[in-house]
Design a binder for this molecule. Structure first.
Ligand code: 0A1
Ligand code: ZN
Length: 881
């Protein structure tokens, strides 16, 4: 394990390499414990660079077993090799030279899952961000681009499939029982996009004809027997390829596009050129084993990785500080794809829910960092929701500010200008400035200032003057390393409504640029005056969530109810319903803490139940409306001194009140929202299932009995319904035999399916209450719990820590101590996984004092350990700061 070096990398220190890499030729002789890697690298010294400078290559736990210079052995005094670097001196001043580097690595022993490792009997690589240096010594940084040739030699019976990036050159037998395959990738790429896969795999095949008429072979490799479960992924891939041509004008650029699904993977998936490697969770699906949200995730992640071919691969990052250049943009692209494939407002609601529940807490806590950071200690810890999701929101704001056509012009310019390059955020933004003629300097603060802006708004209507004044103030909270913030350029989609629900168009607007519904907020405080307003308006601010901000705007329940009924933007309708719900949930948490009875406002309850029954609204929207803000959402809104038990009790009470008030509606929906006929994962059917299941949740509160959920469990013919019924039983009636029996039936039925077993672990990890910790510990003793499988570890330990506020956050601190213990154990094998799960502690300072003390003690227990990985050391120290 690479333990902490404590080195901080600064953006300001960026320098191009001294040497230019021209070509890479790799030969792998695969062996489970001793794979020989021969890397032939052709370099020349960069023009104008120091003619005496040595060549320094990166390594990580490497042992050099041979070094040739232009095919002859290199004298020992000319180089120094350590596990972490290879330094070569006295190299030619200008002419190209070839180094042949031989290393021997042990894939079987690679439990970090970075570099070349083994999973389910196959060889697989993961090189982003700095995994290639675990394979061979290399200038392992994203601004070193070269074409690669890859030769793979392996035992033929065990590894009939030999894959790498690019186009297949050919293969043949290679001595006794062995064979080889050769691949060439003509597109210069950085090492983080290298991939190799070898083993015995099943495959499904298809083709795609590109916009210029080229036929591309499409292959998805899975474990034998799982081929039928890859069909949906293939369909999503073809739709992604088509969409990228139609919407972004991007055509695929190799003869073949491959996806491999593996069961041990640290993240969701990886966009290696021409050879995407996926966590099998995001490839495999069938109605019996995958939920509607699994299908939606597969569609989104297949698209995301495919879209990286242009945004990430053809144009890549100059350095890792620019990670959002590829990630923020590609998330934006996959969001737009899903919005086009499904319901745009429902997709937007889901995105914003995710952003608020994951990114907002990150931005408000000790791990807050800018979308484009300026320093890091461990780059693996920067694959964050800030870089991804807030990065996507920043791209979305550029599109909002410029308008669709100009945004498209800017994107086209970006693809033209920077194809084949490794670039920066400044290069990206410049394309939009050039395409639009707009100065985006102030807007760029979104990349550089961390923290979620808070906008406080207040309005006043002058009936005599027929004007409506809106005062807006922006405040960007202090974040680690950034105490002072400048005002930002914030695009607010805004619309005025009359009391009858119709839109009002102002005659003119003073005090801010306002065009196409977008109000440009640029100053710390700004008063905007809308002229020619015939009656007191109801204002809808930040429609479609045009800016990722917190908004404080005191609106009466009656005004919110009007927006919930009449807003033409359905995202804003959902927002109004949420704004109606929130004060009730906050009060309920306060009342529960003080032992008072909880009561909900009639306007809120009635409006919510009416929305649920409103047949003019799509079912998926109604299901989103019924899913009240989560306990984590409530905690975030409360802001501090949080007591998870009180938040839970308060929310339960509100759920019960809504359930009682809407019982007839929920019964009617439960009966009506069936999906007869064969299962289809399409958005409309999924929406009906979501609404029916939301009704079931409320009915369990109203009826206070497991009977209906038990019947639903028995009748379910797809995983969405089955898992929902199981969750209702386990979470609402954990001590009843119905719950126990359903859990045991579920486990027996799916004991052979790892992805479904993950769900079984997660359902139990999220049972509310202090008793769940013991349940989690017992589950860890179950032979089905596999410590070496990241999905399994996340499904039990990760889910418990991230998604069970009352169980994990029990008042005696045992949950935090348990986590500390497990993090130290996981860190021994897989630092990335350990560090990621540890980020579940990011909001510890917003707990009430007793829990805070326990949380701090648990963090200190981790910090005290001397041989932590860099990954965990970095997270624990920043979390404690
Ligand atoms: N670039 C990938 C995410 C990714 C990052 C690091 C990894 O290392 C374990 C793996 C994948 C994406 O955005 O999909
Ligand atoms: Zn990505």
């Amino acid at each position: 394990m690479r333990t902490d070096t404590g080195q901080v990398i600064n953006l300001a220190d960026y320098q191009p390499t001294e040497f230019v890499l021209e070509r890479v030729d790799l030969t792998f002789e695969l062996d489970p414990t001793a794979t020989k890697v021969e890397a032939r690298l052709i370099f020349h010294r960069r023009e104008g660079s120091d003619p005496k400078a040595p060549l320094v290559l990166d390594g990580d736990e490497l042992v050099l077993s041979g070094l040739l210079f232009d095919q002859t052995e290199m004298p020992a005094e000319q180089y120094t090799a350590t596990p972490a670097s290879l330094t070569v001196r006295d190299l030619p001043a200008s002419e190209p030279f070839e180094l042949t580097i031989t290393t021997v690595i042990n894939p079987e022993a690679n439990t970090q899952l970075m570099g070349l490792y083994r999973t389910g009997g196959i060889y697989c690589t993961q090189c982003e961000a700095e995994g290639f240096r675990r394979i061979t010594y290399f200038p392992d940084r994203p601004d070193v681009l070269a074409p690669y040739t890859v030769n793979i030699i392996a035992d033929k019976a065990a590894n009939p499939v030999l894959l790498s990036n690019g186009n297949f050159l050919g293969g043949a037998g290679y001595g006794e029982g062995k064979h080889f395959g050769a691949w060439f990738d003509p597109h210069p790429k950085p090492s983080y996009l290298f991939a190799l896969v070898a083993g015995d795999l099943g495959v499904i095949e298809d083709t795609f004809t590109t916009m210029s008429g080229r036929e591309v072979a499409l292959k998805i490799y899975v474990e034998h027997g799982k081929e039928p479960r890859a069909a949906y992924a293939m369909d999503a891939l073809k739709r992604s390829m088509k969409w990228d041509e139609e919407v972004f004008g991007r055509e695929y650029d190799l003869e073949i596009f491959m996806i491999v699904a593996v069961s041990d993977f640290n993240m969701g998936a990886m966009e290696n050129k021409g050879l995407n490697v996926f966590n099998d969770k995001y490839v495999l699906a069938d109605p019996e084993t995958a939920t509607d949200s699994d299908y939606a995730n597969i569609e989104a992640i297949i698209a995301h990785e495919y879209f990286h071919n242009w945004t990430g691969n053809r144009i890549t990052c100059r350095d890792w500080f620019q990670l959002c250049l590829k990630e923020g943009l590609t998330v934006y692209r996959d969001h737009e794809f899903s919005a086009d494939q499904r319901s745009r407002p429902v997709k937007r609601i889901a995105e914003v829910r995710h952003l608020k529940s994951e990114q907002f807490p990150e931005d408000a806590g000790p791990l807050a960092h800018p979308v484009r950071p300026t320093k890091y200690r461990e780059i693996n810890n920067f694959y964050t929701t800030t870089v991804y999701e807030k990065g996507s929101e920043v791209t979305r704001m550029i599109a909002t500010l410029l308008g669709k056509d100009t945004f498209k012009k800017g994107m086209d310019l970006y693809f033209d200008r920077h194809d084949g390059q490794a670039v920066t955020i400044e290069d990206f933004v410049k394309c939009f400035e050039d395409a639009s003629g707009r100065n985006l300097a102030q807007f760029s603060l979104w990349y550089h200032q961390a923290g979620t802006p808070l906008i406080t708004a207040s309005g006043s209507y002058d009936g005599a003057a027929k004007t409506f004044s809106l005062s807006l103030e922006q405040m960007i909270p202090a974040t680690p390393g950034q105490s002072e913030k400048k005002p930002m350029h914030i695009p607010l989609n805004l619309q005025l409504f009359a009391e009858d629900g119709l839109t009002i168009a102002p005659a003119s607007v003073d005090g801010a640029e306002y065009a196409g519904n977008i109000l440009h907020l640029t100053k710390r405080t700004q008063t905007v005056v809308f002229q020619g307003i015939p009656s007191r308006p109801v204002v809808s601010i930040n429609r479609s969530f045009s800016a990722p901000i917190n908004l404080h705007f005191d609106q009466s329940p009656a005004d919110l109810a009007l927006l919930a009924r009449h807003e033409t933007d359905h995202f804003a309708r959902w927002q109004a319903l949420t704004d109606l719900a929130l004060p009730n949930l906050l009060n309920a948490a306060r009342d529960a803490r003080e032992g008072k009875a909880v009561g909900s406002e009639a306007t809120f309850v009635d409006t919510l139940v009416a929305a649920a029954a409103d047949e003019s609204l799509e079912p998926a929207f109604r299901a989103q409306a019924l899913a009240l803000p989560s306990e984590a959402d409530i905690a975030r809104e409360l802001g501090g001194d949080n007591d998870p038990d009180a938040i839970h009790a308060g929310r339960q009470a509100v759920m019960k009140q809504v359930a009682d008030a809407g019982q007839d509606t929920f019964l009617a929906l439960y009966d009506a929202m069936t999906t007869p006929g064969a299962f289809s994962p399409d958005a409309t059917s999924a929406g009906r299932r979501a609404l029916r299941n939301a009704a079931l949740t409320y009915l369990a509160y109203a009826e206070n009995s497991p009977a209906r959920a038990k019947a639903a469990f028995d009748a379910a013919n797809n995983m969405t319904d089955l898992l929902h019924a199981l969750t209702v039983l386990a979470h609402r009636f954990p001590d009843r035999p119905e719950a126990f029996e359903a859990l045991s039936f579920f486990k027996d039925r799916f004991s052979e399916n790892a992805l479904v077993l993950d769900k079984w672990f997660s359902v139990q990890a999220t049972i509310p209450g202090a008793g769940t910790l013991d349940r989690v510990k017992t589950l860890m003793e179950n032979p089905l719990f596999k410590r070496t499988n990241p999905n399994r570890v996340r499904s039990l330990i990760g889910t418990f820590a991230f998604a069970n506020p009352t169980g994990f956050g029990r008042v005696d601190g045992a949950g935090y101590r348990f986590l500390a213990h497990e993090i130290l154990d996981i860190d021994q094998r897989n630092p990335q996984l350990a560090a990621r799960i540890l980020t579940s502690m990011r909001s510890w300072r917003s707990l009430e004092p007793v829990r805070q003390d326990h949380a701090r003690a648990a963090l200190l227990e981790i910090e005290r350990v001397p041989d932590l990985s860099t990954d965990v050391r970095d997270i624990v120290e920043r979390t404690l700061k």
